[in-house]
Design a protein around this ligand. Structure first.
Ligand SMILES: [Zn+2]
Length: 191
């Protein structure tokens, strides 16, 4: 779905656009249930602006078990959002499209920065998109020899720059990769 960067020497090689390629390695092991979180840097050929960059860092979760339902997914993400952003936030789920899931959804949370200061993140809509999620398409499970009649599954993925920006009041994603010590030093106490 995203444009990425092809490596010149070998046109079959490209920089990964998401961390979902880790999922298949785990599924191919054939050990169920599966509960994993994977992280990594991902690349997208996008115009660089305050809100998007040509590379971000992604965290992704995959859960496969006999009764993994969409309700489970929603409840877990709601719990995550409250732990991450505070008890007062409200989630909103919007239909979306990803090729490898069905019931594709993007989750927004209520913006907790509006009114506090001028901020570009929600563009005054009151909602901030924080992640994409869905039930893994049965075809994906079948291709990994997992019985999709017995097992169901959900997955979610998010860029970690977004929460870092929201929680630290950073209004320009480019600051993370400019190696300006004045900017980076504020995070020293958090490591
Ligand atoms: Zn806002």
């Amino acid at each position: 779905m995203q444009s990425t960067f092809i490596i010149n020497q070998n046109p079959d090689w490209l920089l990964k656009i998401h961390t979902s390629n880790v999922q298949i390695r785990e599924m191919e092991k054939g050990k169920l249930p599966i509960r994993i979180i994977c992280t990594g840097r991902v690349y997208r050929n996008e115009t660089i602006s305050a809100r998007s960059h040509c590379f971000i860092h992604q965290a992704e979760g995959l859960y496969i078990d006999e009764n993994a339902s969409f309700a489970d997914l929603k409840q877990r993400l709601y719990f995550f959002a409250q732990e991450m952003y505070g008890k007062d936030i409200k989630p909103r789920f919007r239909p979306s499209y990803f090729p490898f899931t069905e019931l594709n959804v993007e989750m927004d949370i209520t913006c907790f920065i509006c009114g506090v200061k001028v901020y570009r993140m929600c563009q005054q809509t009151g909602w901030v998109e924080v992640l994409g999620c869905g039930k893994v398409h049965p075809k994906v499970l079948e291709n990994c020899s997992i019985d999709s009649n017995k097992y169901t599954s959900f997955a979610f993925g998010m860029g970690i720059e977004r929460p870092a920006m929201l929680l630290n009041g950073v209004n320009d994603i480019r600051l993370f990769s400019e190696n300006d010590f004045r900017f980076l030093k504020q995070f020293a106490a958090m490591t």
